[in-house]
Design a protein around this ligand. Structure first.
Ligand code: UDP
Ligand code: 7WV
Length: 455
């Protein structure tokens, strides 16, 4: 294998959580299909617990975030964990570059998550090409860009908010760090700091596709060239060009595909609501109860991902009482589920990967955003892409059961619901086109590779 003539060697460095690993891992596979060698660096903790297997399509290696034993869940605070990751991450990333230096395939390019802007400094120290890879929508990035450069002043005192290339936005449509001042200051600083490095980056990649956000891509391109390269969904679900590419391949939680598939396969087409709040879900007891009662009261089947850490919040006896009407699992293969004909709608927290997966598979949505970029993405689901509705939040911060039932009915059986379905199918076609040969994302990937590959 090592003697194979690669066009170059890229090292991909995601922020070490599921929603950031998936897109960078998938993008790396794309680069391998273009003749490059690709290595994905996770933390030692993730590597030791998951033991991902290197293959001809992707190599795995490690850096340390300073939490080798227990993962960064062990950190004393968010702020402390980010600092420690910077110090120890910089050092161990340098070690990894040095380790590869005198091999047949030294590292030519580092594709880093801009949540980790220090990675670019390390790359530059070694004279290596550095590319930022944004895992949120171009819209959200452009909002943070405006805040970072003082073009949008906080706190926001007048609404609606106008940013070139974006629809006018209300305060509730903004990322939560902006609409809820003072929430998660360390993360807010992190998302703004993404732009501390992008001026110096050799390329800026975004996991979106041009047709989804044309105006904002054009607008943002006036200040830095952005290359939309997504959606980074396993090829099997889109253009089927890459062989054996039907899964992300590094799942931090185990899923039982057999149980989900068997159950879904007994349900009529479009009859099941799929619900998930992503890998970081932490709902209130009250919100879980409202969801549970809404599902019990609705006439539709449902498949609900409730992570082990969330299970205790379910009403007592819920699982027993729903019988065959619903299935509750701790984790699933979401792509497999979304592509099952039985699914009629996806009630989602509007994490960007989940949303992009639903758009790519043509599944309409009910958005129940929780924090970070999810609120802005939910706005787009409803008002820009028109593939679903965003649930209204009560003054107490809860989406109540009546609202959940209403939103589900809107998507599953109303006249508007038919439009959502039609639009969702349209986005799926456009997503396939974008990544297929000659599509916008495919062309951008080629352009990106040509920037650092000699031949
Ligand atoms: N996911 C999964 N199984 C589940 C729930 C989620 O495989 O039961 C995957 C999903 O396909 C997506 C990722 O986990 O790729 C979640 O990323 P997202 O950006 O939607 O949300 P986050 O977890 O970052 O909040
Ligand atoms: C994890 C931690 C912080 C943030 C995110 C994930 C995200 O929005 O992707 Br800000």
């Amino acid at each position: 294998m090592e003697n194979k003539a690669y066009r170059g060697h890229v090292l991909a460095l995601p922020f070490p959580i599921q929603g950031h690993i998936n897109p960078l891992l998938q993008f790396s596979k794309h680069l391998v299909s273009k003749g490059l060698k690709a290595t994905l660096a996770t933390t030692r903790f993730i590597h030791n617990t998951m033991q991902p297997q290197s293959s001809s399509s992707l190599q795995f290696d490690t850096i340390s975030d300073g939490y080798d034993e227990g993962g960064f869940a062990q950190a004393e605070s968010i702020h402390a964990s980010l600092n420690r990751m910077e110090t120890i991450g910089s050092k161990t990333l340098a070690d990894l570059i040095i380790k590869n230096k005198n091999t047949a395939n030294p590292i030519d390019c580092i594709i880093y998550d801009p949540f980790l802007p220090w990675a670019l400094e390390v790359a530059k120290k070694f004279g290596i090409f550095g590319a930022a890879f944004f895992t949120q929508t171009c819209t959200v990035n452009f909002i943070y860009h405006h805040v970072h450069h003082g073009l949008l002043k906080l706190p926001i005192t007048s609404t609606p908010i106008s940013i070139p290339g974006l629809p006018v936005l209300e305060l509730d449509d903004m990322p939560s760090f902006i609409s809820v001042p003072g929430s998660y200051p360390a993360y807010f600083e992190m998302v703004l700091n993404q732009f501390s490095s992008t001026d110096k980056a050799d390329a800026v990649l975004v996991n979106t596709f041009y047709e989804l956000e044309p105006e904002v891509v054009d607008s943002m391109s006036k200040v830095c060239q952005v290359l939309p390269i997504g959606p980074t969904i396993p090829s099997f679900y889109l253009d089927k060009r890459l062989e054996n590419d039907n899964d992300y391949g590094l799942n931090l939680l185990l899923s039982d595909s057999f149980v989900c598939n068997n159950w879904l396969n007994t349900k009529p087409e479009g009859s099941v609501i799929y619900l998930s709040f992503g890998s970081m879900a932490s709902l209130s007891n009250k919100q879980m109860e409202e969801l549970a009662f809404a599902l019990k009261g609705s006439k539709f089947h449902f498949l609900w991902v409730v992570m082990a850490s969330e299970e205790a919040k379910l009403p007592k006896k819920f699982v027993e009482e729903i019988g065959n009407k619903g299935l509750v699992v701790q984790w699933c293969s979401q792509l497999e589920v979304l592509s099952n004909k039985a699914i009629g709608c996806f009630l989602t927290h509007c994490g960007w990967n989940s949303t992009l997966e639903a758009l790519s598979l043509g599944v309409p949505m009910v958005g129940v955003p929780q924090w970070t970029d999810q609120t802005t993405t939910a706005k787009y689901v409803q008002d820009v892409w028109k593939v679903g509705v965003r649930a209204k939040v009560c003054e107490n911060g809860i989406v109540e059961r009546e609202e959940i039932e209403f939103c589900i009915k809107e998507v599953m059986e109303s006249e508007r619901g038919k439009d959502f379905q039609k639009n969702a199918k349209k986005w799926r076609e456009l997503a396939i086109k974008a990544v297929s040969e000659g599509g916008n994302s495919d062309k951008n990937i080629d352009e990106f590779v040509s920037k650092f590959v000699n031949s």
